[in-house]
Design a protein around this ligand. Sequence first.
Ligand code: FPP
Length: 281
Amino acid sequence: MPHSHNPKTLHLATPGSLGPVTPEEARLLEKLDFTRLPRHVAVIMDGNGRWAQKRHLPRIAGHRSGTQSARITIETCARLKIEALTLYAFSVENWRRPKTEIDFLMALLREYLRKEMPLLQKNNIRMRFLGRMDELPAGVQNDVRDAMEKTAGNKGMVLCVALNYGGRAEIVDAMNAILSGGNGHGMPTKVTEEQLARHLYTEGLPDPDLLIRTSGEMRVSNFLLWQIAYAEIFVTETLWPDFNRARLLEALLEYQKRERRYGGIREDEPSDEKPVRAAGN
Ligand code: FPP
């Protein structure tokens, strides 16, 4: 099985790539192996509401504070030369929240895209959005399109924002795209894994190697259901607004401790038989 580690050895980040660091970050960076970083990190940014509640603040204060954590995570991953970062900003289930909170989240995202564009450009980040964009308010759709166009030529990290996203909806959309596309000989009667993956919103990106979830919940919450088949899952009690560079480095170090087997056995485990099939199925 091909290793999912960053293959671009000529373009590795170094401890200096992050600029000035705190003593805690420096200690963590010392242990980090820059040749074995995940290619794709996905994050379920949870706990904004609880963070605000603990401070007797309205929930929206937690979301606002959460944008700082998003900013730090985005910039750090880009500087570490991670290929792709996906942030779960709004799920198809989130429409069940009060309208004021939904409106605030949409406005916050629009504000983020406007304010952070220079930072995204400076770090050579290309933006993608995963989800049913056509169901979003027109203003959000415009800003989403604009952000993708403005960053289309960037060659660094791909930042995917999952917005009006659902993992099951994504698989259904992929199947419908295959069915409506046909195969030149009428309706396809069989679909392969490769074909389905090509019709997902994440088409062309490596699957996440590491899935981070903040605030302690042990759920995947309909996030990237197909793509996380072999992802290492890291759950931290830290609430999203408290997630910072040191916590991200800890997640990366934990990832590097895991042994990834993709359903096979350890490479150095004694076995006199050859695998019947290539791993990964
Ligand atoms: C979950 O916390 C968080 C969200 C539903 C929204 C996440 C959105 C942001 C951080 C806004 C910025 C996003 C980007 C990409 C700039 P929760 O409200 O479910 O927390 P709780 O479980 O404690 O109630």
